[in-house]
Design a protein around this ligand. Structure first.
Ligand SMILES: NC(=O)c1ccc[n+]([C@@H]2O[C@H](COP(=O)([O-])OP(=O)(O)OC[C@H]3O[C@@H](n4cnc5c(N)ncnc54)[C@H](O)[C@@H]3O)[C@@H](O)[C@H]2O)c1
Length: 252
């Protein structure tokens, strides 16, 4: 029960790492507001948590829309009375539209930024005042190894959004540390989730896994466990940090 009596909002909680994080946080005693635009996926996450006796509620919204995020944050407080953890997990990787700067339209650049970067801006903008009210809290942002190295198959808007989140994590850490609010960022390597599904055949997955020091792709739970550590009091002297969770990719 490492998150006993805590309230968390997790964006992109319908699938992938967000679902794994929601289930794990609820198992550890948190009440979880599942925020996602995919209604079916969100209600599946809800069913898993409720079948295990956990506490959660669903809010259907789009992280790129400020009014949705504000309403989602308010719903978490209405349902559970307070807010302690903001987990800005929602993101999209659209390799068909987001490519090199010389191939990407302005419209596609902007929408990728709006979901991957502005979503975290809205969540922290509207969530931090509640964390202050609660006497502190933990903010978890999700970057990517794409923000740390260049890739020959570019997704430049995604990469830049994830890079900007590193700066946001450090700025929030410094600004709100005195309020006992911590902010850290996780950089996942390649994790086997629905986000990667359109781009990976089973053969490709195996080849990428074999190329890593730890010889496998990541599982959503690998990232959820890291987020749990950052959400819990076990990381109470950590802020502004970047945690790379990538099977050793960045070490090679
Ligand atoms: N999977 C990877 O290999 C990988 C690697 C590095 C970073 N990441 C990052 O990790 C995070 C989670 O990725 P994942 O692989 O679990 O993704 P996923 O596609 O499996 O799940 C993402 C969830 O976010 C939701 N979502 C998408 N756009 C949304 C929006 N505008 N508003 C609300 N919800 C929205 C989707 O409906 C889905 O439920 C993302 O930020 C992603 O960029 C993933």
């Amino acid at each position: 029960m490492r998150l006993k009596d805590k309230v968390a909002i997790i964006t992109g909680a319908g699938l992938g790492m967000g679902r794994a994080g929601s289930v794990l946080f609820a198992r550890e005693g948190a009440s979880v507001l599942i925020f996602d635009l995919n209604e079916k996926a969100a209600s599946e996450t809800e069913s898993i948590i409720k079948s295990e006796g956990g506490k959660c509620a669903v809010f259907i919204g789009d992280v790129s829309k400020e009014a949705d995020v504000k309403a989602g944050v308010e719903e978490a407080v209405k349902q559970f009375g307070k807010l302690n953890i903001l987990y800005a997990n929602a993101g999209v990787l659209w390799k068909d539209r987001d490519k090199s700067v010389i191939e990407t339209t302005e419209e596609n650049w902007d929408i990728v930024q709006a979901i991957n970067l502005k979503g975290a801006f809205f969540l922290t903008k509207h969530g931090i005042p509640y964390l202050q009210k609660a006497g502190g809290g933990s903010i978890i942002l999700v970057g990517s190894i794409s923000a740390l190295v260049g890739f020959t198959l570019a997704q430049d808007s995604y990469t830049c959004a994830k890079g900007a989140l590193i700066s946001l994590a450090k700025s929030l850490a410094v600004q709100f540390g005195p309020d006992n609010i911590r902010c850290n960022i996780i950089h996942p390597g390649m994790v086997d989730t629905p986000l990667q599904e359109p781009y990976l055949t089973p053969e490709k997955k195996k080849a990428i896994g074999d190329s890593l020091p730890l010889k496998r792709l990541g599982k959503p739970e690998d990232i959820a466990n890291t987020a749990l550590f950052l959400a819990s009091d076990e990381s109470s002297w950590m802020t502004g940090a970047e945690l790379i969770v990538d099977g050793g990719f960045m070490a090679t």
